[in-house]
Ligand binder design. Structure first.
Ligand code: NAD
Ligand code: DAU
Length: 343
């Protein structure tokens, strides 16, 4: 079996490649990644040199390149992680999200039609369902919850999902989609809440909490997400959507305070800043379908997973310090400079 994993130099794709390369030595894993600001080959160091792994640099929205790669590699399966993934960046530059998340996905789907594949899997997000109110803890996203997006990021992901399902209905392409809640764990890019707060707390720098910090996210350890995608690829029903989440809802403030406690840093580092425009209030996944149909269950709960993750960031400071010293520093200044200085 040959699998092209797109976006494999990113956070979740990188963890998925580690999982697949080690678990299935007889599968060939091809990592297709453009190496945008979020792509980092240092994440792949542990699998570099393994006979069942190779890296190809390229753009999923470049049709000529993608067709050439399919012709050469003749993949059986595509798992599409490649995306612009950060909501804040989508507020500033929606166009790049349309290009990669929508045009990139349709380019891959066209290549699958042209060359034939056994399975196309789209890695999607719970953000396509919009958000839930804080005063209705009984409500959860199911696979039949209507799509109702808030940000240019989620709109681009929902659009991609609709194309994936349309290609199944119209062209009988064998597709599956997973919609996952917020991931955390090793190799998470330090623009996202958890690694951002860990890295800044370690440097005794202010921690920018948007709005009141009451927004709720449903945290899932990245290795539980990887297990779920592995299961869907092997046992999931074609044409189906599977929600992935482990009932680990926390407010942002709870998450930040947990990190501060674990690092023995004061809560006075918390700085409330201007809210994210269109900020979703609460995400919460109902994972009943994947649990019942495929027997998936998460191994981590947030309380132990976050401690292990903080330990990883303490033990792997070179990995994230390289990132912080690069292009990211000018992004941070543009995104937070005025908010943190109170302007
Ligand atoms: P990430 O930003 O860490 O990584 C994205 C990767 O895609 C990078 O390696 C980047 O170089 C690559 N990439 C970007 N544009 C590309 C292009 N045009 N061609 C080829 N490669 C390109 O993202 P992530 O957090 O690992 O998310 C992976 C996927 O999972 C995304 O599709 C995202 O929407 C989805 N998702 C993420 C989360 C989360 O909590 N991080 C939760 C649910 C779903
Ligand atoms: O739910 C799945 C989604 O989770 C994925 O589809 C996205 O790709 C992924 O980036 C993530 O989106 P969020 O917007 O939920 O994640 P982020 O880490 O950016 O923010 C988490 C929460 O923390 C959110 O309520 C905003 C808040 N936040 C974030 C940052 C970066 C802050 O308060 N301060 C910050 O500086």
């Amino acid at each position: 079996m040959k699998i092209i994993v797109t976006g494999g130099a990113g956070f979740i794709g990188g963890n998925f490649i580690h999982h697949m390369v080690n678990k299935y030595p007889d599968y060939e894993i091809v990592n297709l990644d453009l190496l945008t600001y979020a792509g980092n080959l240092e994440t792949l160091k542990p699998v570099e040199g393994k006979p069942n792994y190779k890296f190809v640099r390229g753009d999923i929205a470049d049709r000529e390149f993608v067709y050439g790669l399919f012709e050469k590699e003749k993949p059986d399966v595509i798992v599409n992680f490649a995306a612009e993934s950060h909501v804040d960046r989508s507020v500033v530059d929606p166009g790049s999200f349309v290009r990669t998340n929508v045009m990139g996905t349709t380019t891959l789907l066209d290549a699958c039609r042209k060359y034939g594949i056994k399975r196309y899997h789209q890695v999607s997000t719970d953000e396509v369902y919009g958000d839930l109110p804080l005063d209705r803890p009984d409500l959860f996203f199911t696979e039949t919850t209507p799509l109702h997006t808030s940000s240019p990021y989620s709109a681009s992901k929902a659009s991609a999902d609709l194309f994936v399902l349309a290609y199944h209905r119209t062209y009988k392409l064998p597709v599956t989609i997973s919609r996952c809640s917020n991931n955390y764990g090793p190799y998470h890019f330090p623009e996202k809440l958890i690694p951002l707060m860990i890295s800044r707390a370690l440097a005794d720098e202010p921690l920018p909490v948007y709005g009141t910090g009451e927004n709720v996210r449903d945290w899932l350890h990245v290795s539980d997400h990887c297990e779920a995608i592995d299961l869907i690829l092997h046992k999931g029903r074609v044409g189906e959507v599977y929600n992935i989440g482990g009932h680990n809802e926390r407010t942002n403030l709870e998450v930040v305070k947990t990190i501060l406690r674990a690092l023995d840093k004061p809560e006075s580092l918390i700085k409330y800043v201007t809210d994210r425009p269109g900020h979703d209030m609460r995400y919460a996944i109902d994972p009943t379908k994947i649990e019942k149909e495929l027997g998936w269950e998460p191994k981590y709960n947030f309380d132990t997973g976050i401690q292990q993750t903080i330990r990883w960031y303490l033990d792997n400071q070179d990995w994230w310090k390289h990132i912080l010293s690069g292009e990211y520093s000018s992004y941070f200044e543009n995104m937070y400079g005025e908010r943190l200085s109170g302007k």
